[in-house]
Design a protein around this ligand. Structure first.
Ligand code: PMT
Length: 406
């Protein structure tokens, strides 16, 4: 059931830590690849060697004990995981997660990861019911952290009540159901579709130390990629220069110039169902790229620029089954220019943002867009987060592909 799934198991210091051995073993038996991080307190209850033997991999306890000089362990593990499972989770780690503290290997990795997190609490009943712990768990749940509720019964401390770590086989079932939900997304609107999203700005080199680029942070493209994934699509990101972190778990091809982006996009075009060009592509590049640093000489310097290939226009020409979504970053006459681009580049939809509006366009976490098709305005979206904007755009594309005209 869990074949090939990468599970990062965090073990914290409670008496239930001994059950982590059985949990680790069962996850491995189900085909999961398991890596373990233990807190220092956890090592008082169960030995590293036990979990190392059961997981068949190194056990991490110390942020500064870098086992492989080629990587930074907590970042590497954070990026590696398909799921982070903390079992047992003490009140302490739950509090640290809620507060965003990072003072050991586990808490640091938890801040660094963008993988989904599942927490199986285990503690004394009064600790579990403490308002601070309840508040922390609610806070985490609101952030999307999943919980495996503790069981009720006789606790190690002698009290009877809620706080006993759920049995390892039950935790494994919850993990399996989670992955089933993810995979069993056949009902999702973009299941089986391949979506290619371009993000960020291109870099056009002048010489080895200078280049022309623009203010695109990649946020809009990254949000679109995430929204496409949420709808069940297989997603590929092609990203130029970006300031914001790309979403974890989505394949990413890094490119520099417009030409690189064109080649990458073309390479995936045949197999894609939807292509979204959110990238800000330089229209021009230096006619000559000096292979040496250009020296300061006269009072002025003139750079000759030549036109770049228009990627979207080329894709529009080659289009067969692909649903093509362009973006238009405008400062004036937004509708006129957007519709002109839509027709010229043979797009199915164009998303226009007036980049002079506050909260819209480059670098912001929000956007304000109008979406057009060949017949005119389809949808006008108010100031929304780029994630919400992306969900609306992908929802519309999914409806159009399914033939439900909106
Ligand atoms: O990355 P962020 O900081 O989140 O900012 C988001 C954004 C403002 C970059 C994004 O919302 C946006 O508007 N992207 C398109 C920017 C742009 O280049 O617009 P344009 O009007 O110059 O180009 C129109 C379309 O043609 C775009 O889809 C562009 O990707 C494409 N194009 C342009 C030139 C070119 N040589 N090749 C292209 O494919």
């Amino acid at each position: 059931m869990l074949t090939g799934k990468k599970i990062l198991l965090g073990v914290t210091g409670g008496i239930a830590a001994f059950k982590a051995a059985s949990l680790c073993s069962k996850l491995v038996q189900q085909g999961a690849e398991v890596r373990v991080i233990m807190t220092e307190s956890a090592t008082k209850f169960i030995s590293e060697l036990t979990l190392q033997s059961l997981s068949r991999g190194p056990v991490y306890t110390d942020t500064f004990d870098e086992k492989n000089p080629a990587v930074i362990a907590h970042i590497n593990l954070a990026d590696w995981a398909d799921l982070v499972l903390i079992a047992p989770a003490t009140a302490n780690i739950i509090g640290k997660m809620a507060a965003g503290l990072a003072d050991d290997m586990l808490s640091t990795t938890l801040l660094a990861t963008q993988a989904p997190i599942m927490v199986a609490p285990a503690m004394n009943v009064h600790m579990y019911q403490h308002p601070a712990v309840m508040r922390n768990m609610n806070e985490l749940a609101e952030r999307g952290v999943m919980f495996v509720e503790p069981g009720e019964g006789l606790l190690a401390c002698g009290y009877v009540g809620k706080g006993r770590l759920e049995e390892p086989e039950e935790i494994v079932k919850v993990v399996e159901r989670y992955f089933e939900r993810l995979a069993g997304s056949a009902s999702l609107p973009l299941y089986g579709k391949k979506v290619v999203v371009t993000a960020g700005g291109t870099i056009e080199r002048i010489d080895p130390v200078r280049y022309i680029t623009n203010d695109s942070s990649g946020k809009m493209g990254f949000a679109l990629a995430e929204a496409a994934r949420e709808l069940g699509a297989e997603v590929l990101l092609i990203a130029g220069n970006t300031q914001s972190p790309p979403p974890a778990g989505i394949p990413l091809e890094r490119v520099q110039s417009a030409q690189d982006m064109y080649e990458a996009a073309l390479g995936h075009f045949g197999s894609s169902d939807i292509v979204i060009k959110a990238a800000a592509v330089a229209d021009y590049r230096p006619a000559v790229q000096s292979d040496r640093k250009i020296k300061k000489t006269g009072e002025t310097l003139t750079l000759d620029l030549v036109k770049n290939i228009d990627i979207l226009e080329q894709l529009g020409r080659l289009k067969t089954k692909q649903f093509l979504i362009g973006f238009a970053a405008e400062t004036n006459d937004v509708e006129k220019y957007a519709l002109d681009k839509l027709r010229r580049k043979n797009c199915d939809l164009i998303v226009a943002n007036d980049v002079t509006s506050e909260g819209a366009g480059f670098g912001t976490d929000t956007n304000i867009v109008n979406i057009y098709d060949a017949e005119g305005l389809v949808q006008s979206l108010p100031l929304l987060s780029k994630r919400q904007t992306a969900r609306q755009i992908l929802g519309l594309a999914a409806d159009r592909i399914a033939g439900d005209r909106v």
